[in-house]
Design a protein around this ligand. Structure first.
Ligand code: MN3
Length: 215
């Protein structure tokens, strides 16, 4: 997340077969090598004529986007959002966790704000399934509490007030090759791919930097 223009496509933190059997190699090839890559390339193209934005990180660009001139504003929202959202999604999955659950501070906050891990899971699942059309379901830290939010297309949560803890991509391109129209089956299996160690670490780092510009 500390990159700035020109942005590079980050490699997957696992092999293309690393998420099988829940997401197959074809899905990961298309999703990483085509979809995510295209967002990064289009973001770079859009930013090229605007050197005043070349030192900004993705979160900084997304926060600044509403004050940018058109058509840059729309390009950053869509392609900058696509680059940012996919980096979070892919970096927080790993080989099937066989029903693993969060521990430590994140687990305490999940229990505190959702009642239990199972209740959180159900609400997160419902959010992913009920997002109309393309988008994401997110677990965010909103000022002083955990919340589940949904976003459309490549919109991000409001990065001025919401720290994205994790997300699930519910665009059809994320699951169609494996699941066709069965989004609920994909979302259910996504829980088996969550890298709780990384998610917990990300959350705890954010908590230690409360109030700091850390997205
Ligand atoms: Mn996607």
């Amino acid at each position: 997340m500390n990159q700035h223009y020109p942005f590079c496509l980050p490699p997957l933190p696992y092999g293309y077969a690393g998420l099988e059997p829940f997401l197959d190699q074809s899905t990961l090839h298309f999703h990483h090598d085509c979809h995510w890559k295209t967002y990064v390339e289009r973001l770079n193209e859009a930013l090229k004529p605007y050197p005043q934005y070349h030192a900004m990180t993705l979160p900084q660009l997304l926060i600044q986007a509403p004050s940018m001139p058109e058509p840059l504003q729309t390009a950053v929202r869509n392609n900058g959002g696509g680059a940012y959202n996919h980096e979070i999604y892919f970096s927080l999955m790993n080989r099937p966790n066989q029903g693993g659950q969060p521990t430590g501070q994140l687990r305490q906050e999940i229990d505190r704000w959702f009642g239990s891990f199972d209740q959180w899971k159900q609400q997160m699942k419902d959010a992913g399934i009920s997002q109309f059309g393309s988008g994401y379901a997110w677990l965010v830290w909103e000022r002083d509490r955990l919340e589940i939010v949904k976003t459309s297309n490549q919109d991000t949560p409001d990065l001025r007030t919401q720290f994205p803890v994790m997300n699930v991509d519910v665009w059809e391109h994320a699951y169609y090759l494996c699941y066709q129209n069965r989004r609920p089956g994909y979302v259910e299996n996504w829980f088996c791919l969550i890298d709780w160690k990384r998610v917990s670490q990300r959350f705890e780092e954010r908590m230690e930097n409360r109030g700091a510009d850390f997205l």
